[in-house]
Design a protein around this ligand. Structure first.
Ligand code: ADP
Ligand code: ZN
Length: 822
């Protein structure tokens, strides 16, 4: 006897597959387990969604190959939530389930090309590039070819294979992260008291042995029962032979067990040190409302609208405390780039080591182990970026989404293209618990839900008073017209005279400056002054960005990098010059103008290494630097007392993006970065440079009137039927060659128009701003539907089923509530 089970696979086909479960696996596999299963001629790691399913008698079932996880990894609650995600965001359940697992836990297959022959006869018609690459590396993979910027088509690979030059194989890889084991001391029952250990300590000879016993006493006293040898060796510098000699005395035995890789900064052995402050009246009101709701244990969503510095974090901490007092757990979502050590520390200071952090800068092994410990119930709160909304906590009582308006909560690159804020609300609903959406500049979606009484609004319109003074006033905002500066004062560089003067003043007064330039690199592009040629990426239709540091040019889309050439490849003239200014160039110019100032740069490039982010902020926080210049990374969550000037080099960058949310996003970013100035005793000032000073956004910014601007944007959105008034779905068609992509886009358009009600409009096909990325052409359609049309996703799914098949070179991706554009 054997039974059939249902398995969801991480492939874009929305279907649960039936497999036979061999008898020997029956006891180790359950709903939520990972299993290795065959699909056509490949193997995939899937997740068991159902045991004992009904299948037709005559159906030939294939067998599960192996159990990848010994026990169920995902709870029924997460199964239900991911099922909802797959329905709402139109993707396969397996894809949504996959997003809930730590990466690297699955066994994966990959394609490998081996060099099969070096004889030149077999290498006819094969590009010298591929030949050299293979001869040098002996084997390669598609990912590797891409990393080397090699342009090799599938046809070319197939040809090389048929000529016997290379061999293509599909190989099963073991999971890239595995559990790690370590040796642990298991103290003998007779020695589990300090008295007994002190006794032995007087009998042993060596100082090292005494030292180790002291360490054991200390740990036993503090209730630590995990005594790993690696850890002991590190903390009291003893050798293995010292440990062995105490083992011989029968103090303990040495056992091998699983050990968890937890980052050092998460171990925080210090006891919580911060206590709640006395709340400001607005804070009190918010805290009372949240704590009451948490106590009631019913589903409720709050929009916490508090200006920067109004003390939102303290409100979160109070609500968390209430949840913990009821033995509930919680999730705190923060935008990826504001997940700084500064933020995490505030939670650790209150809740010690019951705080877990999950983020992408952690090593894979660490993320895996922390995830396993969360699942095992070792933590009460998980802090992380969007993916943390799927953290495997049990008994959830509270979900907090900080800076809920932030664009990084929407996953765009791959399915599931979910919005973590909306998933948070749904998860809270499924768990009958409280969800808090906090922001100084709430999204229009959230404001609209407040208006419809779906969410409860809590307002904190004032900054909290600091150290006996009245509340720090919001900073004064000045708009600097770059066109005027150029015409009247001959401005050439990126920084106007008023901005430079303001910086100089702060330097004289030993105050600090934050500058935002939302573009990394040195200058965006190199342009030939002779013929106007701008170097392009070989795989994407975008200009390369110039990086001064290593005189390289990089594609910010695919990462392709090449050295800068002296002579223009088009006209031959040695006339390349940098145009425009990125963070690097601004930093360099500042360095020349203010020779004695210490300048720090924070952007994607300067924070590549693991602790760079932390390093930069702590140097700035200590006051060891005067100016911090960076991309939007500097806009969020930073709280430094001595920052009195915030300058924005070019406000117009964000306004040019062809996305209906770009104005909203720019306003939010500018308001947020402005909030970094004058947070304590010193008054703050904000200088915004723009070529479009008449843009309505600036008048509202000047008067800190978020509500007014939000109302204006709402009327625009309503007129055009964009969210939150209508629904929107972006459909991206990508692949090669270009005419095929366009043809498929047109076929989709015809299908959509044909199958969907006439209230739905289909815009496009349109070429995106960047048409080609990694050799693939992109085209998109935008679907606008009335809000009342609730079966939209189901209908799109039906259309997906009858749409032309796509094959390996064409992809169609559905982006619910978003527009697929960069
Ligand atoms: P927000 O997250 O809204 O920007 P924070 O929670 O970071 O605000 O608070 C800003 C600063 O004010 C922090 O340094 C915080 O410790 C402090 N703070 C918050 N609430 C109070 C209070 N009630 N009394 C004194 N200080 C407070
Ligand atoms: Zn590229």
């Amino acid at each position: 006897m054997s039974c059939a089970i249902g398995v969801a696979l991480p492939i874009p086909i929305d279907k649960v597959y039936a497999y036979e479960l061999p008898e020997e696996l029956e006891h180790s596999v359950g709903v939520g387990s990972l299993v290795l299963v065959p699909v056509r001629n490949r193997n995939y790691t899937g997740i068991v969604t159902e045991m004992n399913i009904q299948v037709r008698e005559d159906m030939e079932l294939r067998s599960v190959r192996a159990a990848v996880s010994g026990e169920p990894l995902l709870s029924s609650e997460l199964l239900r939530l991911t099922r909802w995600i797959s329905r709402y965001y139109v993707c396969a359940w397996g894809e949504a389930l996959n997003a809930a697992l730590p990466s690297g836990i699955q066994s994966k297959e990959r394609v490998v090309y081996y060099l099969a022959s070096e004889s030149s006869h077999d290498w006819r018609n094969i590009s010298p590039e591929l030949q050299l690459h293979l001869i040098k590396h002996r084997s390669t993979t598609p990912a590797r070819l891409k990393r080397f910027g090699l342009r090799i088509s599938d046809q070319e690979i197939a040809k090389a294979e048929s000529q016997g030059a290379l061999q293509r194989t599909v190989e099963l890889q073991d999971p890239t992260v595995a559990t790690k084991t370590d040796k642990f001391l298991l103290i003998a029952p007779a020695f589990r008291s300090s008295a007994a250990l002190i006794d032995v300590s007087t009998q042993v000879q060596g100082n090292k042995q005494k030292e180790l016993i002291q360490e054991l006493i200390r740990r036993i006293k503090s209730g630590e029962d995990d005594l790993s040898i690696t850890d002991l060796k590190r903390s009291c510098n003893v050798s293995l032979s010292t440990i062995r000699s105490l083992e011989k005395r029968g103090l303990f035995s040495i056992v091998e067990k699983e050990s968890f890789r937890i980052p050092e900064w998460m171990r925080s052995e210090k006891l919580p040190s911060s206590t709640p402050p006395e709340f400001h009246p607005f804070q009190s009101k918010a805290v009372d409302a949240l704590c009451e709701a948490v106590n009631v244990k019913a589903f409720k969503t709050f929009a916490l609208h508090g200006v920067t510095g109004s003390g939102k974090t303290e409100v979160y901490l109070a609500a968390l405390e209430t949840a913990f007092s009821l033995d509930q757990t919680a999730i705190v979502l923060v935008p990826e780039i504001s997940l700084t050590p500064q933020t995490v520390r505030r939670f650790q200071e209150r809740f010690g080591n019951s705080v877990a952090v999950l983020h992408s800068r952690m090593a894979k092994g660490e993320r895996h182990d922390v995830w396993q410990l969360i699942r095992a119930g070792k933590y009460r709160v998980v802090i992380g970026p969007r993916s943390a909304v799927l953290a495997p906590l049990k008994n959830l009582g509270l979900i907090i989404v900080d800076e809920e308006h932030d664009g990084s909560y929407k996953q765009r690159e791959k399915a599931p293209r979910y919005h973590a804020r909306d998933v948070a609300v749904m998860r809270a609903k499924m768990n009958r618990c409280v969800c808090v959406l906090g922001s100084a500049t709430p999204s229009l979606e959230t404001l609209s839900n407040v208006q419809q009484n779906k969410y409860t609004l809590l307002s904190m319109p004032e900054r909290v008073p600091v150290e006996g003074r009245t509340a720090a006033p919001l900073p004064a905002i000045r708009i600097i017209d770059l066109c005027y500066e150029r015409e009247e004062h001959g401005l050439e560089g990126p920084m106007s005279t008023p901005l430079l003067e303001a910086i100089e003043q702060r330097l004289d007064r030993k105050e600090q400056v934050i500058l935002l330039q939302n573009r990394r690199g040195y200058a965006p592009i190199l342009e030939c002054q002779n013929c106007g040629h701008v170097p392009q990426c070989i795989a994407c239709s975008v200009s390369m960005t110039y990086h001064q540091i290593d005189r390289s040019q990089r594609c910010h889309y695919c990462g392709y990098q090449s050295a800068v050439v002296i002579n223009c490849p088009k006209c031959g003239a040695p006339a390349f010059a940098p145009m425009g200014s990125g963070t690097q160039r601004v930093a360099e110019e500042l360095g020349e103008l203010f020779k004695s100032a210490n300048i720090l740069r924070m952007d994607h490039d300067s924070t590549r290494t693991k602790d760079a982010h932390h390093e930069i902020l702590s140097v700035f926080g200590r006051g060891d630097a005067d100016i911090l210049i960076g991309t939007q990374m500097v806009a969020k969550g930073l709280d430094f007392e001595r920052v009195t000037l915030v300058g924005v080099i070019n406000c117009d960058l964000g306004l040019r993006l062809p996305d209906f949310r770009s104005e909203e996003g720019t306003f939010q970013l500018l308001m947020q970065v402005a909030g970094r100035a004058g947070r304590a005793n010193l008054p703050g000032e904000v200088l915004l440079q723009t070529r479009r000073p008449a843009h309505p956004l600036f008048a509202f910014l000047k008067s800190h009137d978020f509500d007014g601007y939000a109302r204006l944007l709402m009327t625009h959105r309503q007129k055009l039927n964009y969210p939150p008034f209508g629904r929107i779905v972006g459909i991206q068609i990508r692949g090669a060659p270009k005419p095929t992509v366009l043809e498929l886009a047109n076929q989709w358009k015809a299908l959509l128009l044909n199958q969907l009600p006439s209230t739905v409009s289909v815009l496009g096909p349109e070429q995106p701003y960047v048409e080609r990325v990694e050799h693939q052409f992109r085209n998109y359609l935008i679907l606008k539907a009335p809000k009342s049309y609730t079966s939209l996703q189901d209908d799109i799914r039906t259309i997906q089923k009858i749409s032309p098949s796509t094959g390996r070179d064409l992809h169609v991706s559905i982006n619910v509530d978003g527009v697929e554009q960069e």
